[in-house]
Design a protein around this ligand. Structure first.
Ligand code: G1P
Length: 296
């Protein structure tokens, strides 16, 4: 096939309509996606992953009470002129860069009917081409963005790719779990997927992480998918049917994933990302060392 005929991934969808009940009361009046990891809201890490993976068109699926997300990625003229007047050029650059990072579009999911339903809301934005889906709860740190790794595989296989990582047996019921054949290191041909199985029913310990590249056939399948686990329309159930019609691959990405939608996962992400920061890492490590010495 000529290189020019290859399908490319040009669009990304970030579902952000969830209510954030795991983080109440912090999420009573603000979106969970806006909780900060150090000094950037979680969703900014996700948008940065998309942009550094070479995608500029992003659709964020929002809902009631999520206006702060739009404000964050919008320009803010009052703040910009205040910073300019005060000569705070570095902050001005930071603030403006957020608004210029990508072309961000929004659509509202008016009923919380599940991840599959949220992705279906992206149909007219995506059209008839492959697209990426990134879930805001999963923050992934590493040298090369997880999505960029998946795009490399997509360009080779020209088929849907889901990110996976090995999860403890007692945690399989928190994830979509794949069954498949490892066709080369890190790459699986997916035979089946099951959403949140009990440990005794799980076909493997490879759990789906919140990164997907999906062909547009998924929309027709999502439209026919009945509610599944938790009474919600599950993306995993539609992917299961997709895997029966087309090849679907799973990719064991390199990088460290944090479940930033969970309190302990959020704390781990905060601590570890802070330790990596040039401006904070050394002082924070010293603080942690002293704290541990005091407590042991
Ligand atoms: C969603 C998906 C699940 C996937 C998980 C990854 O579940 O439904 O298949 O494994 O994200 O984070 P949620 O965590 O939204 O319940």
């Amino acid at each position: 096939m000529l290189r020019g005929n290859l399908m490319r991934v040009r669009k990304a969808v970030i579902p952000a309509a969830g209510l954030g009940t795991r983080f109440l009361p912090a999420t009573k009046a603000q979106p969970k996606e806006m909780l900060p990891l150090i000094d950037r809201p979680i969703i900014q890490y996700i948008v940065e992953e998309v942009v550094t993976s070479g995608i500029e068109d992003i659709l964020i699926i929002t809902g009631r009470g999520k206006r702060a997300i739009e404000d964050h990625f919008d320009c803010c003229l009052e703040l910009e002129s205040y910073l300019r007047e005060k000569g705070k050029e570095e902050w001005l650059r930071v603030v403006r860069q957020i608004a210029q990072m990508a072309n961000i579009h929004y659509v509202r999911q008016c009923e919380p009917k599940g991840l599959g339903h949220a992705v279906l809301c992206a149909q007219s934005f995506v059209g008839n081409e492959p697209f990426a889906v990134l879930l805001g709860d999963d923050v992934i740190a590493g040298d090369k963005p997880c999505l960029a790794q998946m795009i490399d595989l997509f360009m080779e296989v020209q088929a849907s790719v889901v990110a996976v990582e090995r999860v403890p047996r007692e945690d399989v019921s928190k994830y979509g779990i794949i069954s498949g054949e490892e066709i080369r290191p890190r790459v699986f041909a997916v035979h089946d997927l099951v959403e949140k199985p009990q440990p005794e029913e799980a076909p493997s310990r490879w759990g789906v992480t919140g990164r997907y590249i999906i062909t547009p056939r998924i929309f027709g399948l999502l439209a026919e998918t009945p509610p599944g686990a938790g009474g919600e329309i599950q993306l995993t159930d539609a992917l299961r049917r997709l895997a029966k019609e087309e090849q679907v691959f799973a990719y064991a990405f390199s990088g460290k994933r944090y479940d930033a939608g969970d309190k302990l996962g959020y704390l781990k992400a905060t601590v570890e990302l802070a330790l990596e920061r040039e401006d904070l890492g050394a002082a924070f490590l010293e603080y942690l060392r002293n704290l541990l010495a005091e407590r042991s």
